[in-house]
Design a protein around this ligand. Sequence first.
Ligand code: NAD
Length: 295
Amino acid sequence: MARLLDGTELSRVMREEMAQEVAALRAVGVTPGLSVVLVGNNPASRAYVASKTRACEALGMKGQTLELPEDVSKEELFATIDRLNTDPEVHGILVQLPLPAHLPYKAILEHIRPEKDVDGFHPLNAGLAFVGDPRAFVPCTPAGIMEMLRRENIPTRGRHAVIVGRSLIVSKPLASLLVAPGPDATLTLTHRHTPDLAHHTRQADILIVAVGKQNLITADMVKPGVVVIDVGQNRVPDPGSARGYKMVGDVDFDNVSQVASAITPVPGGVGPMTITMLLANTLQAARQAHQARAT
Ligand code: NAD
């Protein structure tokens, strides 16, 4: 049976460490602040946003949500971002995705000042992260996966990491982090057009799956001893539960965990690490803003 890579416990430890840094910043008059812009009434988005701002408050940071109606114009949304861009008490800005179809999400993400872009979705941050510049805000999910590998002492140097999925928010930034000097992994990146996916996944020492398809990865698709990071979040009906659904990943956990050496659960694996790295990025933004004012 595989060792469980417990993102909830790792997050607890990391948040304890960060709370001390927050206290130190507050002592010099800086309260790290995150503002989340929520457009419309998507219940899943609302729940994500609530957990992000709650996590901020628990750490002694300021977490505020600005709610805008579903039919908000792009001009109004830009004006809201302008206000946050120039507010010295706001260190991090996040526009919750997905946005309604009438809003040009790329232009909106590019409107956030890069030094407040704690999601790391602005092209400038994507570029800085790609070249390994420490000023970059790295998107929270790949940053959380790297932190998990490091803290769980999972070696990456020369190891064969296979990523399934090629998204801009998870897989592509993760690919560049894994092959960077330091982690030094060997990499295969696969996606929906990759023929014979199992041929690739079976070669993985570390398998990271970010697709959004329940049971995409089965036990016959992995080699014994593999480390499995399951990013997928799929809502499946669960009539017995209070909510009527449960979250599962992309990996057939029950069977793959019999073959793997370590595996993340869903929920409780990558998800909590993602929010923890959002807190870390907000703290980084506050620290950098404070240093910039001091010099
Ligand atoms: P996405 O939804 O943008 O794209 C999915 C990717 O999967 C694409 O690159 C596509 O090429 C690939 N794909 C689709 N079918 C495939 C197949 N049969 N074989 C191989 N590749 C295939 O990706 P995303 O935004 O990275 O999200 C992926 C999953 O991760 C979703 O379930 C999402 O909810 C979840 N997610 C979780 C977190 C977290 O914090 N836990 C964060 C972000 C995303």
